[in-house]
Design a protein around this ligand. Structure first.
Ligand code: KIV
Length: 272
C-alpha cells in the first residue's frame, strides 16, 4: 500500500517565477509574531512578509522609520518558527541599507543568519542599486519596492497615490527595469494607478506584487491586521477586510472582564 506524500513543498523564488509564467496569482500577507504566523501557515499563502509595518501595527508608531534591525530580527525569527511552506521575506528597516552598500550587506546577512528567512525586501530604485547589487552578490534574494515607499514619507510628506503624472510613471518604469536587470526576484508596487501597475507587470518578466495597485499586478499583499479588521481607523480604498476580528476581540475581553467581576469565572469545572 502506498503512503500519502506529506512532505511540504516550500515556495521558492523559482516557484514565484513559474507562477507568473503560468498566470497564477501570488498571494502574500504580512505577519510579525508566532501565534498569527501559525494560523497563516494553515493556509495556502505563497509569501509571508515580515514588514517594517510592524513599526505601526505592533509598536504604534506613526511611521515605519523608528523600527530597528534588532527588533525586525525578533519579529522575523518568531514568524519563521511558525511557517513551513511560504517563502519568508523580511524588510530591511530604515537606516540599514540606504547610502552604504557594505552596511546594507551586513544588515541583510544578519537577517538571513539570525532569522532563517528566505529573502529580504528594501525600498527604492536607482538610489539603492549599489546596495541591491552587493546583497545579491552574497546570494541573498532581494524583493524590490516601488511607488509609495513609506520609509521616504518625510521626503514626500503624504501617503497619497504615487506616479500619477507621466514623469513619475516613466521614472517608476525605469526603476522597475533596473531592479529586474540587477536580479531582484519580485517587486512590490504600492499605491500607484492600476493602469501603470498593469503596464509594468506586462513589461517585466519578474513578478509584481501590488498593494493599492489594482488587479493587473501578478500578486497582491495586505497587512494581516488590516485585512482581519483589527487595525482601528485605517480604511484606505484599496483595503478589503475579511472579518471584524478587532470588534470580536474587544467583545471577548469585555465578556471575560464581566465574568471575573461577577464571580462567574472560574466555575466549579474550571478549578482543581
Ligand atoms: O511593511 C509592509 O508591510 C510592506 C507592505 C505594505 C508591502 O512593505
Amino acid at each position: 500500500m502506498a503512503y500519502l506524500q506529506t512532505d511540504v513543498t516550500k515556495v521558492t523564488t523559482k516557484v514565484l517565477q513559474s507562477m507568473k509564467m503560468r498566470g497564477e496569482k501570488i498571494a502574500m500577507i504580512t505577519a510579525y509574531d508566532y501565534s498569527m504566523a501559525s494560523l497563516v501557515n494553515n493556509t495556502q499563502i505563497d509569501v509571508v512578509l515580515v514588514g517594517d509595518s510592524a513599526a505601526n501595527v505592533m509598536q504604534g508608531h506613526k511611521t515605519t522609520l523608528p523600527i530597528t534591525l534588532d527588533e525586525m530580527i525578533v519579529y522575523a525569527s518568531s514568524v519563521v518558527r511558525a511557517l513551513s511552506r511560504p517563502l519568508v521575506v523580511v524588510d530591511l528597516p530604515f537606516g540599514t541599507y540606504q547610502g552604504n552598500s557594505k552596511l546594507a550587506l551586513a544588515s541583510a546577512i544578519r537577517i538571513m543568519k539570525e532569522t532563517g528567512a528566505d529573502a529580504i525586501k528594501l525600498e527604492g530604485g536607482e538610489e539603492v542599486l549599489e546596495s541591491i547589487n552587493r546583497i545579491l552578490c552574497a546570494g541573498i534574494p532581494v524583493m524590490g519596492h516601488l511607488g509609495l515607499t513609506p520609509q521616504s514619507i518625510n521626503k514626500f510628506g503624504t501617503y497619497a497615490v504615487r506616479a500619477t503624472n507621466d514623469e513619475e510613471a516613466n521614472q517608476l518604469i525605469h526603476n522597475a527595469k533596473l531592479l529586474q536587470e540587477a536580479g531582484c526576484f519580485a517587486i512590490v508596487l504600492e499605491k500607484i494607478p492600476a493602469v501603470l501597475a498593469e503596464q509594468v507587470s506586462k513589461e517585466l518578466s519578474v513578478p509584481t506584487i501590488g498593494i493599492g495597485a489594482g488587479s493587473g499586478a501578478d500578486g497582491q499583499v495586505l497587512v494581516l491586521q488590516d485585512m482581519l479588521g483589527i487595525t482601528q481607523q485605517f480604511k484606505p480604498r484599496y483595503l478589503r477586510t475579511y472579518g471584524s476580528f478587532g470588534a470580536d476581540i474587544t467583545s471577548a475581553i469585555s465578556q471575560y472582564v464581566n465574568d471575573v467581576k461577577s464571580g462567574s469565572f472560574p466555575n466549579e469545572k474550571e478549578q482543581y
